[in-house]
Design a protein. Structure first.
Length: 270
């Protein structure tokens, strides 16, 4: 296990910081003494999270950004360097989801948008952050999903984008070997956030009602705690659920069985 490194004074940029995992991660990092650069599209929600972090004693900068746009990703990094003079940790957390069978999707642009936000957003942010992270011997964190390791029905576009994240960051980790920059990948299962309620349905509109039994999902607080620990320890990857770890093993030895388990999990919403 890697040694735990204190995050006091660490300059951390978090995308998708206005709600869910990103917001809770910001609050927990604020309590650790990190300096925060928070990015999201919704300025009002973002400022509310920022104020909670300031109340905890953290220095915070907000950047309104859509990570699907490279110029906005560049602005996130520029905001960190302008405010704090450096960047130590980049958390690629921003993401959007979907809940629709592929053959029911009416507009293929839905899949393009998911890939642009979830995958290219991480690529853009990492591209502009990397020179600064090399200087600080910093960290790159990618918040993916178990759907990025195992195919999941009704999540074709989402799963594809998270698989792309995994391939990109696993490859980048090898390229960065010896640079001092580490790459940590996070693979949560179902987490109790609002992301599913705003997930895209087959008509391109938010589904509004979560298809998941939220009471049986991991709490966002627990998920964020595990991410913070992974950041402190510069862990290679974190698969957050026992079912996910077993699923990866079953995928190797009994792939047909894991397909049936994934189907049943979606049908049951847990």
């Amino acid at each position: 296990m890697n040694a735990v490194e204190r995050l006091d004074g660490n300059v951390v940029a978090i995308t998708g910081a206005s709600k869910g995992i990103g917001a809770e991660l910001a609050r927990q990092l604020a309590a650790k003494g990190a300096k925060l650069v928070l990015a999201a599209r919704n300025e009002k929600e973002l400022e509310a999270v920022a104020q909670a972090c300031r109340d905890a004693g953290a220095s915070v900068v907000c950047v309104r950004a859509d990570v699907a746009l490279e110029r906005d990703c560049q602005a996130i990094v520029a905001g960190a360097v302008l405010a704090f003079g450096r960047l130590d940790t980049l958390v690629n957390n921003a993401g959007i989801s979907m809940w629709a069978r592929f053959e029911d999707i009416e507009d293929m642009s839905i899949l393009e948008r998911i890939m642009q936000v979830n995958y290219m957003g991480s690529v853009y942010c990492t591209r502009h952050a990397l020179p600064h992270l090399r200087e600080s011997r910093g960290r790159i964190v990618g918040v993916a999903s178990l759907a990025g390791m195992i195919g999941v029905p009704t999540r074709t576009g989402y799963s594809a984008s998270k698989h792309a994240m995994r391939g990109f960051f696993d490859s980048l980790r090898i390229e960065l070997d010896g640079s001092g920059v580490t790459v940590t990948m996070i693979y949560p299962g179902f987490v109790s956030t609002s992301i599913r309620e705003s997930a895209t349905g087959p008509d391109g509109k938010p589904i509004l009602v979560s298809p998941v039994k939220e009471g049986e999902a991991m709490s966002v607080e627990d998920c964020a705690r595990r991410i913070v620990a992974a950041i402190e320890g510069r862990e290679r990857e974190v698969v957050m659920t026992a079912r996910g770890k077993i699923g990866l093993w079953l995928k190797l030895v009994a792939p047909g069985l894991i397909d049936r388990i994934a189907k049943r999990a979606i049908e049951r919403g847990r």
